[in-house]
Design a protein around this ligand. Structure first.
Ligand code: ADP
Length: 258
């Protein structure tokens, strides 16, 4: 048989290739593990409302039709748990969408009018005061309108859930960045929890979050959206005092979008 002689340089090349290959496998494995964890967490989250729905449906089958009060309570609970599942599945889809390589539909947007219109709708639906502060009538950003709105809604939704007072929103800019700040005066987040709140399904107070309809996915989605815009999201909070969440959008076209 013919002997294959591997040259020195070729050996080096092969070694480099092996290292790169190893790293790729490592990353793939980490991604797979993340996916596995997500499926496990998501199933767990769906299990509770489904169990509640099933037990109320059982109750209805056994007694409900004879007792109007029992029927009413059971249907109300089924409705609220089904709404919860609906919201959660919408969040799953949003998470998948913001994690995919889907391109953003970037266009120039006036943040002031976007926020004014958005808050008008939110104010009438939630009956909460949202004060918008800005220095210029037109603050333009290059962004995907649907996604940016989604990120802002997530922050407002949290401010509404975890506070009772008015909410302040500030629009500011400098040469490099446009900053959207959502500030509430609510329960705040303990310092040791701040690093966890961007984790999928993480909730500081699970019972409270569930009560207010939280899924623990909002901030993960907002973070993904900012990442897609090459921006950043930062949370500052003091327990019992309030929370301030900032969305940073870089101004340079090339840097914001690939
Ligand atoms: P959720 O749907 O539970 O609100 P998020 O991912 O949006 O999920 O937030 C994660 C957790 O961070 C929340 O469950 C809550 O404990 C905490 N949190 C987020 N925003 C605020 C806020 N404005 N004030 C107090 N706690 C907050």
């Amino acid at each position: 048989p013919k002997k294959i002689i591997i040259q020195h340089e070729t050996k080096d090349e092969l070694q480099k290739l092996a290292v790169t290959f190893n790293r790729m496998i490592g990353r793939l494995e980490a991604n797979l593990e993340k996916q596995r964890q997500f499926i496990s967490d998501a199933s767990h989250e769906l299990k509770t409302p489904l169990t509640v729905i099933k037990s109320y449906a059982d109750l209805l089958l056994r007694r409900g039709l004879k007792n109007e009060e029992v029927a009413h309570d059971a249907i109300e609970s089924i409705h609220s748990e089904a709404t919860r599942i609906q919201k959660m599945t919408e969040r799953f889809l949003d998470l998948a969408d913001t994690e995919s390589g889907n391109r953003l539909e970037a266009k120039s947007i006036n943040l002031v009018s976007l926020c004014e219109n958005l808050f008008k709708q939110i104010k009438s639906a939630y009956k909460r005061e949202i004060n918008l502060h800005y220095q210029k009538q037109a603050i333009s950003v290059l962004a995907d309108e649907v996604k940016l709105k989604q990120a802002i809604i997530i922050l407002i939704d949290n401010a509404i859930k975890y506070s009772t007072d008015t909410i302040d929103v500030y629009l500011t800019e400098n040469e490099q960045l446009t900053i959207i700040t959502v500030k509430d005066y609510g329960i705040g987040i303990p310092a040791c929890e701040i690093e966890n709140i961007f984790e999928r399904f993480y909730r500081v107070d699970k019972a409270r979050s569930r009560e207010t309809g939280g899924t623990g996915l909002g901030l993960s989605i907002a973070k993904n959206i900012m990442k897609q815009h090459h921006g950043e999201i930062i949370v500052k909070s003091t327990e019992g005092v309030g929370t301030e969440v900032e969305l940073f959008l870089p101004k340079q076209k090339g840097k914001v979008f690939e």
